[in-house]
Design a protein around this ligand. Structure first.
Ligand SMILES: O=P(O)(O)O[C@H]1O[C@H](CO)[C@@H](O)[C@H]1O
Ligand SMILES: O=c1cc[nH]c(=O)[nH]1
Length: 288
């Protein structure tokens, strides 16, 4: 059996995992994730009791009880590079024996729901709506660093996307992954279902022109008009592809749902979205 070297999987002197700084017994099977550490404080304010509250860098983790369910709320910060850390460390907390540094014989499956904010790309995703990422398109390339990604990637969709938007060879090869179907049905049954792009930045990589001109100013228009079967691209955010992809490769159940806080076609945004995300968190806590 492979013993994972200290340099490849780092455990802190207090027995916690390197970045998240929590110990295996502090993790619940059901995890609600979000970019913003303060959103974890908000989520935990709905818990009936708190078991642990740990902060390390942008990672804020609270485990507690909500109406008889043991839940972990956790912030992952911004971007799929952080998701590589967070999903790997969550999986390790559940499935690696920290003492023997080996994979445990019994697999423990986690449920991870990301509750995020996002920019709508279609008129039917207005500000204030909730969009479940039935599929995600990763512009980040993270999945390509792991073996067997083709087992979870939807290559026909990827090919159609590259062709229709005339994808630049200077960008990473986009990957397409579906969320866990049962979660989409159970948690998102009354929400908009869509295809979400996880971009590698908020500005240029989402087609925002502030001062620097864009390499392809038409890319967002091509993304808006892209069609594959009955699918169109509904929204932009920055993490769902890596959560769906890594989670699926590891055998976990993952899904992202976002509150739309900007609409790129209507050229509108709402920076005062606290009420909308708060309501969405409450719905997810009930249904997870
Ligand atoms: O509101 P969160 O969960 O952070 O999600 C979105 O907001 C951030 C960008 O403002 C990115 O993380 C994006 O995915
Ligand atoms: O437009 C948006 C809004 C929130 N988060 C994003 O990544 N993009």
């Amino acid at each position: 059996m492979r013993i994972i070297p200290n340099s490849e999987f780092i455990v802190n002197p207090d027995g916690s995992v390197f970045h998240l700084h929590i110990r295996p017994e502090q993790l619940s099977d059901k995890i609600v994730m979000m970019g913003d550490p303060d959103r974890v404080t908000l989520t935990a304010s709905f818990f009936d009791s708190i078991e642990c509250d740990v902060r390390s860098r942008e990672f804020h983790t609270v485990t507690g009880m909500y109406k008889g369910k043991r839940l972990t709320a956790l912030s992952h910060g911004i971007g799929t590079d952080n998701i590589d850390i967070v999903v790997t460390e969550l999986d390790a907390l559940a499935n690696i024996d920290f003492h023997t540094r080996t994979v445990k014989p019994e697999f423990r499956q986690l449920t991870m729901i990301r509750v995020g904010t996002s920019g709508g790309m279609q008129p039917h995703c207005p500000i204030g709506s909730y969009v479940v990422s039935e599929k995600s398109i990763g512009f980040d390339g993270l999945l390509h660093y792991y073996a067997h990604s083709q087992n979870v990637r939807e290559e026909d969709f990827e090919e159609a996307f590259q062709k229709q938007v005339n994808w630049s060879p200077y960008h990473c090869s986009p990957y397409v992954v579906s969320a866990d179907e049962e979660l989409v049905e159970r948690i998102g049954y009354d929400m908009i279902r869509g295809v979400t792009i996880s971009a590698i930045g908020f500005y240029g990589p989402q087609g925002r022109h502030v001062r620097l001109p864009l390499a392809d100013p038409e890319l967002n228009a091509k993304i808006e008009s892209f069609r594959y079967s009955h699918y169109s691209i509904t929204n932009y955010e920055m993490e769902s592809s890596a959560i769906a992809g890594l989670g699926k490769m590891m055998g976990h159940k993952c899904m992202t749902v976002c509150a739309i806080i900007a609409n790129r076609v209507a050229l509108e945004s709402n920076a005062d979205y606290k009420g909308s995300i708060e309501d969405l968190i409450k719905v997810v806590l009930e249904r997870i």
